[in-house]
Design a protein around this ligand. Structure first.
Ligand SMILES: [Zn+2]
Ligand SMILES: [Zn+2]
Length: 333
């Protein structure tokens, strides 16, 4: 008997990627086999394809922002046929960081699309316990954005209490606009998004958010809590200077191994607190809640889905005109 094959985006090394026919995975004990219906490509995936992702392990099948349909789930048979999303991260539960209740920082993290094959394939496997049924009212494309929303929720959790405070968000990409919406939900006194690109500012406006074109627009009245969602190293020192003295700076964008010129006294003289945000483990139920309640909107952040075969279009440098999130469909449905 020949083993069944499936198509998958396989990244064999920096700038070495193609849709390939590979064996369809077989779920291990406790795992589910999921057919990918939608998968999104984010900045991290671009770095994986280009070879600028810290500690990337090749070969790998990317795809950590996805919606799928359960094909097999021996440990949760009620899920078979259901449209699902899932927490791609499984902490080990045994290392020192897990013992400190910091599962995001687990030293032996199992993560879909990084330490195990991801969802940019017709099928992939994930621990069945990590799955949640996608509510009817959400589209498959919107389901893909629950993962970045989990990251945004953790960013807000890492910041000091937002209620009644002036909040600034640098970068009007997906994470930035999710964080900004969450800051509104959390009762911020004001929320301002800095984004130079006109198309992204239009999306922010559609979401009811105020925008500025440059950090200097904050000079008159600097925000007390600033989220840096740019993933651009050189923004860091500028962002610190744009934060109100005594305030907090939350770094949620990933800038790889890029370095920048930074004077430590920028933070010291202003008594700033800096918080890093790695991922969004454990936030999925809350993410589903804020979306189904209508408090956070995902639709305006998405592009029209394209077939898997057109994945390489994400590598075109479209600068400020790039859609916030490019979504692909496997053609399975
Ligand atoms: Zn991502
Ligand atoms: Zn651990």
């Amino acid at each position: 008997m020949t083993e069944p094959l499936m198509q998958a985006l396989v990244v064999r090394g920096p700038q070495e990627h193609a849709l390939e026919q590979v064996p369809r995975p077989v779920p291990a004990a406790g795992e589910a086999l999921v057919a990918t219906t939608h998968v999104a490509v984010c900045g991290t995936d671009l770095r994986l394809l280009r070879g600028t992702l810290h500690d990337a392990e090749y070969p790998v099948i990317p795809g950590h922002e996805w919606t799928g349909r359960v094909v097999e789930a021996p440990s949760r048979p009620e899920l078979v046929g259901a449209r699902v999303v899932g927490d791609g991260i499984t902490p080990c539960g045994a290392c020192p960081r897990c013992a400190e209740q910091k599962p995001n920082l687990c030293e032996n993290l199992d993560e879909v699309a990084f330490t195990r094959p991801g969802a940019f394939a017709d099928f992939f496997c994930i621990p069945a316990a990590n799955l949640r049924v996608l509510p009817e009212e959400l589209s498959g494309a919107e389901g893909c954005l629950l993962e970045p929303l989990c990251v945004a929720l953790h960013a807000v959790e890492r910041a000091p209490a937002i209620e009644g405070r002036a909040v600034g968000v640098i970068g009007g990409g997906t994470i930035g606009l999710l964080v900004a919406q969450l800051a509104v939900v959390a009762g911020a006194k004001s929320v301002r998004v800095v984004e130079p690109g006109e198309p992204r500012r239009a999306v922010a406006a559609e979401l009811g958010l105020s925008t500025d074109t440059a950090l200097r627009d904050w000079d008159e009245d600097q925000p007390e809590i600033v989220f840096d969602a740019t993933g651009v190293a050189d923004v860091f020192p500028q962002g610190l200077r744009a934060t109100r003295p005594g305030g907090s700076y939350v770094l949620v964008g990933y800038s790889g191994e890029d370095a920048t010129n930074y004077e430590p006294s920028t933070a010291m003289l202003r008594e700033l607190s800096v918080h890093g945000v790695l991922s969004g483990y454990g936030q999925l139920d809350r993410a589903l809640e804020v979306v189904t309640s209508g408090a956070v909107r995902l639709g305006p952040l998405l592009s029209e889905p394209l077939p898997f075969q057109e994945y390489a279009s994400v590598l075109d440098d479209r600068g400020e005109n790039a859609p916030l999130r490019s979504v692909f469909t496997s053609g399975a449905e």
